[in-house]
Write a protein that binds this ligand. Structure first.
Ligand SMILES: [Zn+2]
Length: 170
């Protein structure tokens, strides 16, 4: 496979042809993702298959990258591997959703579709809500919070608080 990916694709036609796309994109081409990371020159590996299966036209594959994020515990730099495994049914405008037994996502596509934008959408879905170093592995614990101890364990009121609340209402 060529490593040069097209900017615009027609996913419906690719599925009809049973084509694959493999190659590299840059985070530079993804403005929403670029804003969230500290290494906009990062590469994104794309491996997508398009075909027609029992569910209709499908896009499936894996999108991987390594982003420089900010740890929400210590506010330090955090290198994180992002792996977006995608499997979606492609619908043309106006095409109705087939009823499926298993849970499969649908996306409606109208050619041409921007490949960087499609890949960016999948990566944004795969990003952690609050990126953090593993517990106890921040390089400088509390650095961003003036040395306060880690308060994660006590931020939730816990089941007893809810119980107390219930009792008050009786
Ligand atoms: Zn950290």
């Amino acid at each position: 496979m060529s490593a040069i990916l097209p900017d615009a694709i027609d996913p419906i036609r690719l599925a009809d042809e049973g084509s694959s796309l493999e190659g590299e994109l840059s985070v530079q081409a993804m403005p929403r993702l670029r804003e969230l990371c500290q290494n906009p020159a990062a590469k994104v590996q794309v491996a997508l298959r398009f075909d027609r299966g029992t569910h209709g036209r499908m896009m499936a594959g894996t999108i991987t990258t390594r982003l420089g994020l900010t740890c929400q515990r210590c506010l330090g730099a955090l290198e994180q591997d992002i792996v977006a495994k995608t499997r979606v049914v492609l619908l043309q405008a106006g095409e109705s959703h087939p009823v499926l037994a298993e849970e499969v996502d649908f996306i409606e596509v109208a050619a041409p579709v921007s490949l960087p934008e499609l890949v960016e959408d999948e990566l944004l879905l795969a990003l952690p809500m609050t990126p953090r170093h593993p517990q106890g592995e921040c390089p400088s614990p509390g650095a961003g919070r003036a040395g306060r101890p880690d308060t994660d364990a006590v931020t939730s009121p816990g089941p007893f608080a809810a119980l107390a609340d219930l009792k008050r209402k009786q």
